[in-house]
Write a protein of this length. Structure first.
Length: 119
């Protein structure tokens, strides 16, 4: 035998490759997921890591036929590391941007401002 792939193995690999379904591209209106991150301000350095991870996740999910066959769109406004801005942005994500899903904010102050009503 020479250094190549044996013919039977090559045939088996070709049949398996042909039988493997190709992931369909997501279609239809996107599933809009809203969240905020501190893209500016004192928490920006940590939030950058979350932003990169989120972007990679959206890209990978969309490559694998999206979410329920629909593409994902991540709506991500900057909360400026300010809890009072975070609350307003979440209200906007729900009422104006009309996102389908919400991811809670990063950081204790931002989270508390969204969960607890203002006095």
């Amino acid at each position: 035998m020479s250094g190549g792939i044996p013919p039977l193995l090559a045939l088996i690999l070709a049949v398996l490759a042909a039988a493997t379904p190709v992931a369909a591209a997501p279609s239809g209106p996107p599933v809009r997921i809203g969240s905020t991150l501190a893209l500016t301000g004192p928490l920006a350095a940590t939030s950058t890591i979350h932003k990169i991870a989120g972007e990679i996740s959206v890209e990978q999910i969309n490559k694998r036929n999206g979410f329920l066959g629909r593409p994902i769109e991540w709506v991500l406004p900057d909360d400026q590391s300010k809890p009072e801005v975070t609350r307003t942005l979440y209200e906007r994500l729900i009422t104006v941007d009309k996102v389908d899903l919400i991811i809670g904010p990063y950081a204790t102050g931002a989270g508390a401002s969204v969960v607890y009503p203002a006095p």
